[in-house]
Design a protein around this ligand. Structure first.
Ligand code: HEC
Ligand code: HEC
Ligand code: HEC
Ligand code: HEC
Ligand code: HEC
Ligand code: HEC
Ligand code: HEC
Length: 589
């Protein structure tokens, strides 16, 4: 962007003030739009945690704590590295631990000027500091990141905001050409060394914006990545985007749903030539776009003799005859609380609300009108996993799968379906059928799970190893691999794996726990104690770690430390049978 700026200063100067130009940044006082103060806090009443954001010098911190009367029973403070969201609607907060990126549990909502739980984290879904920020998320909210190969959320380079190349494609050839004196008269022709979206077909213009503004169920093709798509290409060559449809009423929508709503409007369907850039100049923020510019495209199509507005001029002039004020009204989104966004389904105001709540009629793939049946099946599986866990979704997946060609993708999808149905016998048959060839890491993982449940630990370890070989820094795979090794009696190798995980990501509480058990069996109580303390500091409600640590304190006759543990256990977990037993041992110490 800094190179583009040298010659396109006009575009740069307005773009950096748009939501896209400010979509992502370092967590600095300049970037933050939030309010701070000693009394600012958010309370999660279900998990019983308080959150307090504050500045420590120039570093943004979020402290999590729990109170029992005047006593602080738990305190964990995390450093925030990045802010996601321009502040037009929200600021959300990300932390980075040894390269691994996570979302913090609280968000500042600028339209209401208040802090609250982050989207999706209230109502018992608080993942604390552990929501994994995958490339799916980052590639919609930022320039393209540098991701560590074989990882899910480890990055070596994170850009600071959506940049020119996200819409214009790689720019090096263009810059080199211009610098060596080759120029095109762009008033009369296109410069094919760089993408000018104006020159793309309506469909490809839309693919460019839909890539980020069509938030649905994304299902990647095997071997493809979210970072692979480039402007001027079709999304469907990399992944498919599915959206649920309902009978009648469809007016509940996600925040990034402009595309989904727009394609449902008569203007879009019947004209066949509307794209986002019919109305938007993405280099200039909507906040600084005058009504007259937004009215112009409406009037271009809705001039006499075509039908024009049937509302009276009197009523319309009360609202400055702002077409979109009535036809693209502001309303709430269902995924992000406390924000209002524009409903891009252009329609006669109020019509949709008159209908009854509709029944689910199925998923549609907005990316591909000629979608393969196996892809439909994959869409339903992801919808089931991520959104609506009803068995009807699995039935639909099964029905689509029955119509699919039998190939590797079929097998992988079949394994996925059986996994979600809990059909372990099916998976064990698949395990035999596949032999040493597994199509992808997730299939290997699912087969490993079935073998593990079957008690076949060594075969399970081999399958998990296949998953790990393909994604060495997917630490959940590694954790499973280590656990299977342990159960199989290969304890030395298991210990090394648990150690690797805690070194790679010190925030992985279950690896600390299992590492401690490994140390205890080796007789190294000092290392075990430290590992357990780490697990409990990360998660005060990690009961197994707390019980093991208390037991260890009692065995090593550390009465004071055991006392502090007992106080917590009796306060929060009095009914656990083991707690009473530990208490008796504590009293007699
Ligand atoms: C050294 C100056 C220079 C730099 C640096 C530069 N451009 Fe250009 N750009 C030009 C000139 C001159 C033109 C018009 C002539 C041409 O395209 O051959 C142009 C044209 C364009 C066009 C319109 C092309 C068309 O076919 O209509 C786009 C889009 C564009 N630049 C984007 C970018 C982006 C994105 C970057 C950064 C990656 C960038 N430019 C960097 C000088 C530059
Ligand atoms: C790389 C993903 C990405 C692409 C591609 C993209 N957008 Fe965006 N856009 C976003 C995100 C994320 C936001 C919200 C940023 C924020 O406010 O934090 C946004 C915000 C906007 C806004 C509101 C912000 C403002 O200040 O006006 C408009 C309008 C917009 N985009 C239009 C477009 C159009 C038109 C296209 C296609 C030419 C497009 N976008 C392509 C991700 C993208
Ligand atoms: C398909 C692309 C896409 C994905 C995936 C996606 N988002 Fe978004 N998100 C958007 C767009 C586009 C907007 C802006 C919509 C608007 O301004 O109307 C948005 C809005 C937001 C906002 C409100 C921002 C603001 O202030 O306007 C937050 C916070 C957010 N997303 C966080 C996330 C997180 C965290 C993830 C990953 C777990 C994620 N999003 C995944 C596209 C996406
Ligand atoms: C969200 C997508 C998006 C981003 C980001 C973006 N552009 Fe554009 N750009 C467009 C679209 C769409 C057009 C075509 C606009 C039109 O003709 O209406 C365009 C056109 C251009 C042109 C062609 C000349 C013109 O006036 O039409 C230049 C030059 C350009 N952009 C430079 C930049 C630079 C420099 C940046 C980064 C500072 C940038 N753009 C960021 C979408 C984007
Ligand atoms: C590319 C041309 C085009 C543009 C731009 C356009 N429309 Fe339309 N619009 C149509 C067509 C075609 C229809 C369907 C035939 C009809 O009802 O006239 C339609 C239908 C409508 C309807 C009736 C919808 C219904 O469900 O009955 C409304 C209201 C409307 N447009 C308002 C607008 C407004 C407001 C704008 C600007 C924000 C706009 N249109 C922009 C072409 C367009
Ligand atoms: C017919 C005109 C029209 C089309 C086509 C259109 N928009 Fe908009 N868009 C608007 C208007 C009007 C606003 C409200 C501007 C304001 O707040 O003043 C808006 C606002 C937005 C915003 C700001 C956040 C919000 O929801 O208020 C985003 C983001 C956005 N549009 C993205 C898109 C994308 C992506 C597309 C293509 C899928 C698109 N728009 C197509 C007219 C249009
Ligand atoms: C004060 C709100 C308001 C404003 C401003 C407004 N409209 Fe409408 N429009 C309506 C209502 C309400 C209807 C439906 C009236 C009825 O029941 O026939 C409508 C109907 C329409 C229709 C559908 C006509 C048909 O075929 O049934 C179109 C097209 C339309 N408006 C376009 C526009 C355009 C273009 C503008 C801006 C120049 C605009 N409207 C400004 C409220 C508004």
């Amino acid at each position: 962007m800094s190179v583009c700026r040298q010659c396109h200063a006009d575009k740069f100067s307005t773009f950096v003030h748009t939501g896209m130009g400010m979509s992502f940044g370092l967590a600095t006082k300049e970037k933050s739009a939030a309010l701070f103060g000693p009394h600012v806090q958010v309370y999660d009443s279900i998990l019983d945690f308080y959150y307090h954001p504050f500045w420590q010098g120039d570093s943004l911190m979020i402290m999590e704590f729990r109170l029992d009367g005047a006593d602080t029973m738990h305190k964990r403070t995390e450093h925030i590295s990045y802010i996601i969201g321009s502040g037009q609607h929200t600021n959300s907060h990300l932390l980075q631990v040894n390269g691994y990126l996570y979302q913090a549990p609280i968000t500042f909502y600028t339209q209401k000027q208040e802090w609250d739980m982050a989207p999706g984290m209230s109502g018992g879904f608080n993942s604390r500091f552990g929501r994994v920020i995958e490339s799916e998320c980052v590639t919609c909210h930022n320039g393209l990141p540098e991701q560590v190969a074989g990882s899910v959320n480890k990055y070596t380079g994170i850009p600071l905001g959506i940049d020119c190349e996200r819409c214009h494609g790689p720019g090096s050839i263009h810059v080199a050409r211009i610098s060596s004196g080759i120029a095109v008269d762009t008033a009369n022709a296109f410069d094919y060394s760089i993408v000018n979206p104006r020159g793309l077909s309506t469909e490809l213009q839309n693919d460019l914006c839909f890539r980020c503004h069509l938030q649905g169920i994304n299902v990647l093709h095997p071997g493809k990545e979210f970072a692979d798509f480039k402007p001027g290409q079709h999304i469907r060559d990399y992944w498919n985007i599915f959206l649920p449809r309902f009978d009648g009423k469809n007016d509940q929508f996600l925040m990034a749903s402009q595309a989904d709503r727009l394609v449902q409007s008569k203007c879009f369907i019947e004209s066949g030539k509307i794209s986002c850039i019919t109305c938007h100049n993405p280099h200039v923020t909507v906040k600084e776009t005058p009504i007259s510019l937004f009215n112009k495209p409406c009037l271009d199509c809705h001039q006499l003799p075509q039908s024009t507005c049937t509302e009276t001029l009197e009523v319309r002039s009360l609202q400055n005859d702002n077409c979109s004020g009535c036809h693209i009204p502001k309303s709430g989104s269902i995924d992000i609380p406390h924000v209002s966004i524009s409903d891009h389904k252009i329609q006669i105001p109020g019509r949709e609300q008159e209908k009854e709540d509709g029944k689910f009629t199925g998923l549609v793939a907005l990316t591909d009108p000629d979608i393969e049946p196996v892809e439909m099946a994959r869409g339903y599986l992801r919808y089931y996993e991520g959104f609506v866990s009803e068995s009807a979704m699995l039935d639909s997946a099964k029905a689509w799968l029955e119509r699919s060609r039998h190939d590797d993708l079929y097998d992988a999808t079949q394994a996925h379906l059986w996994y979600l149905q809990g059909n372990m016998q099916g998976l064990l048959q698949m395990d035999v059928k596949m032999g040493n060839k597994v199509p992808d890491s997730w299939t290997a993982y699912r087969l490993g799970e079935a073998l593990l449940q079957e008690g076949n630990y060594s075969a399970a370890a081999n399958r998990f190893k296949q998953a790990v070989d393909q994604l060495p820094l997917q630490l959940d795979f590694r954790f499973k691999y280590a656990s299977a090794l342990y159960l199989d009696g290969q304890t030395e190798d298991a210990g090394k794996e648990f150690l690797f995980i805690t070194r790679e990501n010190p925030g992985y509480e279950k690896a600390w726990m299992n590492l401690a058990v490994w140390y205890i069996n080796k007789g190294d109580v000092v290392a075990a104690e430290e590992a357990l303390q780490n697990a409990v500091a990360l998660n005060p409600d990690y009961l197994q770690a707390r019980l093991t640590l208390t037991d260890l304190y009692l065995r090593t006759r550390q009465r004071t430390k055991a006392g502090v543990m007992m106080q917590y256990l009796l306060r929060y977990h009095r009914d656990e049978p083991l707690v009473q037993e530990l208490n008796m041992r504590y009293r007699s110490l």
